[in-house]
Design a protein around this ligand. Sequence first.
Ligand code: NAD
Length: 273
Amino acid sequence: MAYGIILSPIKWRLVGKVAVITGAATGIGQATARLFVAHGAKVVIADVKDDAGQTLVNELGTDCSKYIHCDVSKESHVAAAVNLAVHSFGKLDILYNNAGIVGSLSPFEALPVDEFQKVLDVNLLGTVIGIKHAAKAMIPAKQGVIISTASIGGSIPGIAAAYSISKSGVIATTYSASAQLTKHGIRVNCISPGLVATPLSLSHFRNLNPDLSEEQFEKMVDLENFSNIAGARSTPEVIAKAALFLASDDSSYISGHNLVVDGGYLTNRSFSF
Ligand code: NAD
């Protein structure tokens, strides 16, 4: 007896779309690249971790993904990433500004200015440069979607001041860019994840406790988030699903929005007075 292939009822949401994802070699960006390709998109992976980026392209397939070395704080690199999308895949529909670093944990009175500048250059200036070059490519087409990864650290005080300041800037940039670009048919939104287990957050907590094992860290992420939403955990894939929603026509009337994806963390915090 022959068995036919059972097709999945999943609706592909990005068929024919072309995306650039920065910081896609690991973590949230990597999970998003996988999900976008699974939904029919072609993606340019733009990162500074060349080996990990190239490994991801080998996994996804060179017909639907390309890697480019791209430091988002350098305008010529970002312009080259957008050009690669246009020349390889014919256009740019989606930019996901996701690259980020945590940087200095120094208190204000000891904050090294060059370290502060570096965090702003990657997290904030990198986002602004990305929006500039995506807008140039998208305005003639009168359509496009821009997403950026902010953080709940941009809305509440964090111990890494430079990081929080840069992420507040990403949220403000989202509002400004949406105000300017929706008239061109371009939607601009950001995502504010809570704590997610990725190389970035692991290295941040290892700076505070060098003996922290990966297993202890994963448990800590669950505890830190103190969310009891049944069956839900904070993973890169959960954030990737939010990016998919904002990238697809499912969110066609949403622009200028900061989508908080934190299992309720922000609203679970209560004041003690
Ligand atoms: P990650 O370290 O796995 O990913 C960050 C990626 O950005 C890496 O691949 C890294 O190589 C790349 N990158 C760093 N500097 C770059 C530069 N100058 N140019 C290009 N690429 C660069 O960590 P992640 O947690 O997946 O981080 C993704 C985004 O999510 C970041 O913007 C981060 O601030 C944000 N975020 C993370 C968390 C968390 O708890 N992990 C929470 C809120 C927001």
